[in-house]
Design a protein around this ligand. Structure first.
Ligand code: APR
Length: 356
């Protein structure tokens, strides 16, 4: 997984380089700066002294000394002064410069703290947005394992609106699924009157698929789903036969071609390692982990039906017994196709991320 948010103390990260949120003197301080200097030992300070400080937005390299990493890349984030003094641009350039140094040093892995989101007062959600945007941009054209290390779970503040919508959806669907024993009665009501606006009938949409009758699943969809289903059903019986006979890999490649997406763009969007993608492309029978299949469904911006179909070909189904599936379902239904934003929400909910 090229980009992962993890809960840890950055001084424990076994990576090629960790990034320090330093100050202009580079002579240590509190927060992550203090933790790194304490863990690295006095030689780090000695080397920093020789660097002659660091301008805000710039980055400088030292060795890691007693830390379990080869290098420390020191960068100085902007102090938040309300957002109208170029803070965002300065913070973005911290990530860019640190990543450029990591690449120059031939690092395969690097760990960042959330720069400026502590003492320097940068709003956590905006600091996360800048970090994610710069890391995603870098991974469009570079191979590296990048960790964003959250010292505490509340250090990560996802997009409030999306998080609120997802939490409400989980609550609604999850509670309904696990409270409503009269689900069959509800299903017949759905069959009679159709699904209420906005929320599909989970009983019908996510019944465990029986392979032989999967295509004939008699289900009640919202208008949008009916449209998509009709589109699918608009195909000829031969097309339908070919489609159902496709393997996961074949369907993935077909959707990639239909969307005109390159392998590189798809793996970056899906947060999937390029080598894994190569295995999937070169082995028609390859079946990935569920988190990878879900990541591709999102990255390829599939409809709910197409996503279900892709999952079945990998040997999985979306289940309302799994909160992560409910998050993905909500995002598929509502057109939220950013794997990084979804992973921020999954991190917050302490659920496994998408990708690999
Ligand atoms: N591991 C990972 N993250 C950590 C750790 C740690 N050991 N300690 C703190 N953090 C997190 C904080 O929770 C915050 O999310 O690092 C992020 C950055 O916070 P700060 O360390 O306060 O850095 P910053 O906001 O950039 O302020 C820099 O603080 O420490 C001083 O000398 C430093 O003057 C500089 C200023």
């Amino acid at each position: 997984m090229p980009f992962e948010i993890v809960r840890n103390d950055i001084t424990r990260m076994r990576v090629d380089a960790i990034v320090n949120a330093a100050n202009n003197s580079l002579l240590g301080g509190g927060g992550v700066d203090g933790a790194i200097h304490r863990a690295a030992g006095p030689q780090l300070l000695e080397e920093c002294r020789a660097l002659g400080g660091c301008k805000t937005g710039e980055a400088k390299l030292t060795r890691g000394y007693r830390l379990p990493c080869k290098y420390v890349i020191h960068t100085v984030g902007p102090i938040w002064r309300g957002g109208s003094e170029g803070e965002e641009a300065l913070l973005a350039v911290c990530y860019r410069n640190a990543l450029a140094i990591a690449r120059q040093q031939g690092c395969d892995s690097v760990a960042f703290p959330l720069i400026s989101a502590g003492v320097y007062g940068y709003p956590k959600d905006q600091a996360l947005r800048v970090a994610a945007t710069e890391i995603e941009r870098f991974l469009q054209e570079a191979d590296m394992m990048i960790y964003l290390v959250a010292y505490t779970r509340d250090a990560i503040v996802p997009d409030a609106r999306l998080f609120g919508e997802v939490a409400a959806y989980i609550d609604d669907v999850y509670v309904r699924e696990h409270r409503d024993f009269g689900r069959e009665a509800r299903r017949s009501q759905y069959l009679r009157d159709g699904a209420p606006r906005g929320v599909p009938d989970p009983g019908s949409l996510f019944r465990r698929p029986h392979r032989e009758d999967n295509a004939r699943n008699e289900t009640v969809f919202s208008e949008a789903n009916v449209e998509r289903l009709t589109a699918l059903q608009g195909e000829t019986p031969e097309d339908a036969q070919t489609r159902t006979a496709e393997t996961f890999s074949e369907m993935l490649i077909r959707k990639l071609e239909e969307k005109g997406m390159s392998d590189m763009a798809c793996t970056a969007r899906a947060n999937v390692d390029r080598r894994l993608f190569g295995k999937i492309r070169n082995n028609a029978g390859y079946r990935p982990a569920k988190q990878t299949a879900l990541a591709f469904a999102i990255a390829l911006e599939l409809s709910l039906e197409e996503a279900r179909e892709l999952l079945v070909k990998a040997g999985f189904s979306l289940s309302h017994g799994d909160k992560r599936d409910i998050v993905v379902e909500y995002c598929l239904i509502n057109g939220h196709y950013n794997v990084t934003s979804i992973n921020e929400i999954l991190f917050k909910l302490d659920l496994q991320p998408l990708g690999y």
